[in-house]
Design a protein around this ligand. Structure first.
Ligand code: HPA
Length: 236
């Protein structure tokens, strides 16, 4: 079983015949969509809920990832809306995330909390799956390298001074969800790839005020990104 995890602007998956299913996990219930017929090996999880009502710092990441684990998901591609700090990924563009820095706080970010599960320090030296990466690049050679994702806690956007700082520490793009989600996916031993799509220049970059790309642009990116993910996951 393979999964697509969608975020802002990618709350539904069109073109795949799927059934809503609620999975009970020790961390809470998760509603997701399981493909039917020829797409039976595909799960779509809208991380903010299907009505996009859950803020990044309030997402139940552990329940989401545990639900995928319970369904037997082995590979997942996450889609993340980001702000651009460097020109590696301008607004309206899609690229592969190469690494991340986690600056989020106060979240339930691990399955290892002591007790019976023991003391485990999951390796993060190869965060993203090389085989999935090779497959996606074969499918779309023009896919950009969107660089290093900095995960802030949100839900507020950053100040221009914070963005200058994030640039200094090696950040190319900024978002509020990837680090927590990907850390848990790695702990659950689910092979992962992250597609970032930029919806704005980050604060203080290029424009005086943060402005977002249009809903029509987001909808068009959504179509091409989800199609790409489906092709890659169904061929692996
Ligand atoms: N900052 C943080 N998260 C984001 C942004 C941003 O500018 N754009 C989209 N997600």
């Amino acid at each position: 079983m393979k999964a697509i995890i969608g975020g802002t602007g990618v709350d539904t998956l069109e073109g795949i015949d799927s059934e809503r299913q609620v999975v009970n996990t020790p961390y809470g219930d998760v509603a997701l969509f399981v493909g039917k017929g020829k797409d039976a090996s595909l799960v779509f999880l809208p991380r903010h809920g299907s009505d996009h009502s859950i803020l990044p710092h309030l997402i139940n990441y552990r329940a989401n990832v545990k639900a995928l684990e319970i369904l037997g998901v082995t590979h997942a591609i996450g889609i993340y809306a980001v702000g651009s700090i460097t020109e590696k990924l301008a607004p309206g563009k899609v690229g592969l995330v190469s690494d991340f820095v986690d600056l989020s706080s106060g979240r339930e970010h691990t399955f290892y909390t002591g007790g019976e599960r023991g003391v485990v320090h999951t390796s993060m030296d190869e965060v993203f799956d090389a085989t999935l990466k090779a497959k996606i690049l074969k499918e779309d050679e023009s896919l950009l390298d969107s660089g290093v994702y900095i995960c802030t806690n949100g839900p507020r956007l950053e100040t221009p001074a914070e963005i200058r700082y994030l640039r200094c520490i090696g950040g190319d793009i900024v978002g509020m969800t990837l680090a927590t989600e990907v850390s848990l996916l790695r702990e659950a031993n689910i092979s992962t790839l992250a597609l970032a799509y930029s919806i704005n220049w980050a604060a203080g970059i290029e424009h005086e005020h943060v402005t977002f790309i249009t809903d029509e642009q987001i909808a068009s990116l959504k179509g091409s990104m989800t199609e790409l993910c489906c092709n890659v996951l169904q061929s692996s």
